[in-house]
Design a protein around this ligand. Structure first.
Ligand code: ADP
Ligand code: GN1
Ligand code: MG
Length: 359
């Protein structure tokens, strides 16, 4: 089935399609921008069903979250709009059993893979903070766990150990130093999970993929919409704050090869934190507040491990553009983590002082 024919399954008139091009830099789905001769463009996506085993269930989660956001939204924040297919579902399954979906392209918007100014970092922090706030009264139990234990560090370490044991791509012997590095950090990284297990931090509805290219910006660099709702499930606030800092306050893109260029940019960190906390500071409990500054280290570690695990497995999960892409991504995360470790006290002080100002 051609891409144009798939669009017609969502009631789009073939004759109105002017162009259909690959779009964006997401690692998971195949994304296209569909331009039409009318006043509206679209995003078409082939959903990665290797990763999402139950696509209808995932789509249900997204529909629920969109419904809630529509009810609660403020004027400054738009909500992604999914098209319905001819049978009324928010997805279409083709003859090869591939799942497709479409969104209205939010006009005049773009994404960034890396943040170039504190103003943009502040905007991104506000967007994810607002997202969290709008969902505070949505019970996470209403969302299916479509990717179980997604940010569970013990699970990620289990998968990492399995990958080393199986050594499918025969790459383990190349990377003993990397494996040692990960093992040396395990102890401190279980802290957030332990607090959750003891009931000291609550499960919330979290986005779980708050990297900076999941925020749409307008031409004035105002954040207008949080997208990529595939992983919205229950989680800890640390997951959303930490992953956003990993990309939104890093000095370089997540696959920067020149490690000298990769470090935590404290000005961006402060700006993102101010934006985020302006929406959530009064929602957090004392333990969440006290441990938030550690979250970027945890998420950089978790996502770094996932890149290295995928490298060991022979690149079966994340899209790659070169043979060592996942290894480069891991090394960049490692360098970023080292830089965060150096700035740990400073990061804590910044969060503390923003919270003091807001009380
Ligand atoms: P992935 O899970 O592969 O990252 P995303 O849902 O994030 O897929 O979409 C990939 C890219 O497509 C985004 O980074 C963004 O550039 C663009 N995009 C997605 N949805 C929209 C939308 N509704 N309007 C404009 N651009 C969008
Ligand atoms: C993937 O879909 P995308 O590109 O926004 C991944 C995230 C990772 C991220 C790393 C469903 O996000 O968990 O943090 O790559 N999404 C999924 O860049 O695994
Ligand atoms: Mg994305």
């Amino acid at each position: 089935m051609t891409l144009v024919n798939i669009c017609t399954e969502f009631n789009i008139d073939k004759k109105q399609i002017v162009s259909l091009q690959p779009y964006g830099s997401g690692h998971i789905h195949d994304t296209y921008r569909v331009e039409t001769s009318e006043n509206v463009n679209y995003i078409l996506q082939k959903i990665n069903r290797g990763i999402f085993a139950d696509v209808p269930l995932m789509q249900k989660n997204i529909e629920k979250v969109i419904d809630h956001l529509m009810k609660r939204r403020s004027i400054s924040q738009q909500v992604p709009e999914m098209l319905l297919a001819k049978d009324g579902l928010s997805y279409f399954q083709d003859e090869d059993e591939e799942y497709w979906r479409m969104f209205v392209f939010i006009k005049g918007t773009k994404t960034y893979d890396c943040v170039s100014s504190p103003e943009i970092a502040y905007e991104a922090g506000s967007a994810f903070g607002n997202f969290q706030r709008l969902l505070q009264d949505f019970d996470p139990a209403f969302l299916a766990d479509t990717l179980p234990r997604f940010h569970d560090i013990s699970y990620r370490l289990e998968l990492f150990d399995n990958a080393i044991q199986n050594d499918l791509a025969k790459r383990v012997s190349e990377i003993p130093g990397e494996i040692d590095f990960i093992r040396s950090r395990i102890g401190r990284m279980t802290r957030v999970l332990n607090l959750g297990q003891k009931g000291r931090i609550p499960l919330r509805v979290t986005h779980n993929d708050t990297k900076i290219n999941n925020v749409l910006f307008d031409e004035h660099d105002k954040a207008v919409c949080v997208i990529d709702l595939d992983t919205v499930m229950s989680g800890y606030i640390h997951y959303d704050f930490g992953d956003a800092i990993r990309t939104g306050a890093a000095s370089a893109e997540e696959d920067e090869r020149d490690l000298e260029k990769m470090f935590i940019d404290m000005e961006l960190f402060e700006a993102y934190s101010r934006g985020f906390l302006s929406y959530v500071h009064d929602l957090l409990n004392e333990t969440e507040k006290k441990t938030l500054a550690f979250a970027p280290q945890l998420m950089t570690f978790i996502i770094g491990i996932r890149f290295l695990t995928d490298y060991i497995n022979g690149d079966i999960y994340f899209k790659v553009k070169k043979a060592d892409h996942n290894l480069i991504r891991w090394k960049a995360q490692k360098k970023l983590l080292l830089s965060m470790e150096e700035h740990e006290d400073e990061m804590c002080d910044i969060i503390k002082s923003i919270e003091k100002e807001s009380d």
